[in-house]
Write a protein that binds this ligand. Structure first.
Ligand code: RP5
Length: 162
């Protein structure tokens, strides 16, 4: 049985220092994923083919991170009706504002669930994917609840010098 449920894509290898946080978060919860570099602009044909092959292998959620003219998540969403989560990355002169708008401003009927720019977005994309998968895997939702409780407990322990 193929247990790989998340497909992570990024537009360039230069995106990996941020996208690795998405991978690490899924690993922490033992959620299996595929990860590839493919670009909406530089490898459009290969991207199209890959999306179809991932769908055929039973992937449940796509996650895509890109910077600049960040069309990767949107193009994936154009080719699949599976959920697509987009991570805008800060790649150029505009510190991610360009990629945020490129990722979030999708036309009606073709949604991309856009998360925050950069590392928080990469981590939250993993959580959102797991929460979607968790609709059919209550054990995964329970692990996320436990994680939140751990984080909350740590916050409550914080004492600052006055
Ligand atoms: C985007 O262009 C990529 O997602 C990356 O964030 C940005 C720069 O890519 P490189 O020129 O570093 O390959 O397509």
């Amino acid at each position: 049985m193929n247990n790989t449920v998340v497909s992570i894509l990024m537009g360039s290898e230069s995106d990996f220092p941020v996208m690795k946080f998405c991978c690490e978060t899924l690993k922490e919860f033992q959620v299996f994923y595929n990860v590839r570099v493919l670009s909406a602009h530089r490898t459009p044909y290969e991207l199209n083919t890959y999306i179809t092959s991932e769908e055929n292998q039973g992937i449940k959620v796509f996650i895509a991170g890109a910077g600049g003219a960040a069309h990767l998540a949107g193009v994936i969403a154009a080719h699949t009706v599976l959920p697509v989560i987009g991570i805008p990355l800060a790649a150029g002169q505009l510190q991610g504002f360009d990629s945020l708008l490129s990722t979030v401003q999708m036309p009606k009927g073709i949604p991309v669930a856009t998360v925050a720019v950069g590392k928080p977005g990469a981590i939250n994309a993993a959580y959102l994917a797991m929460q979607i998968i968790g609709l059919e895997r209550k054990d995964l939702l329970e692990k996320i609840r436990e994680k939140r409780a751990t984080v909350a407990a740590a916050i409550k322990e914080i004492r600052l010098e006055e």
